[in-house]
Design a protein around this ligand. Structure first.
Ligand code: ZN
Ligand code: ZN
Length: 177
């Protein structure tokens, strides 16, 4: 995992259904070792983190840069982040973070907080946002070169484009009537 992947994991955590432990295990199915190790305490940790991270994204989405940074800092302060150079994928050395001596939920917290902190520093607070599609509140991290992302997914983008097209068509029909 690199920090870009950790940032994506942070956004995915904001959007994850965390109804019960089975849901959390499904959410973490691509992370070897994690689904087996997590328990109810980690579920509580990650649900609380999810709520706080949603507030981070809401602040970013509202253009509140100091508020976004303050919220991330307050979360980082409560997480014992420990870095470690890793070369497990034999491609290049890269940094892993954990919260040693604590439950795996805190390791995940360390990862996503560092990922989001680096994303905000390197790419800008305005890269974090909430989907503009009607009825969708999912978070996204905009990594497009022209900073044009407004939707969580291609599905929401198409849905909104179709709705806007129909609204324009209705307006035109109204003008002609
Ligand atoms: Zn790695
Ligand atoms: Zn959406």
């Amino acid at each position: 995992m690199d920090f870009a992947a950790y940032a994506d994991a942070g956004v995915a955590l904001v959007n994850a259904p965390l109804g019960d432990l089975a849901a959390l295990r499904r959410h973490l199915r691509d992370r070897p070792g994690y689904p087996e190790r997590i328990g109810e305490r980690d579920l509580a940790t990650l649900r609380a983190l999810q709520r706080r991270l949603r507030e981070v994204v809401q602040a970013a989405d509202a253009g509140d840069e100091p508020g976004t940074v303050a919220r991330l800092n307050s979360l980082l302060q409560r997480t014992a982040v420990s870095p470690r150079i890793s070369g497990h994928d034999a491609s290049s050395w890269h940094l892993h973070v954990t919260a040693p001596g604590t439950a795996v939920g805190n390791d995940i917290a360390a990862e996503v907080l560092m990922g989001l902190a680096v994303a905000v520093i390197d790419q800008g607070v305005d890269r974090l946002g909430l989907c503009r599609a009607e009825g969708c509140e999912l978070a996204y991290l905009d990594t497009s070169p022209n900073r044009s992302r407004r939707y969580c997914s291609q599905r929401c983008a198409s849905r909104s484009n179709v709705a806007a097209f129909r609204a324009r068509a209705r307006a035109r029909a109204g003008e002609q009537a």
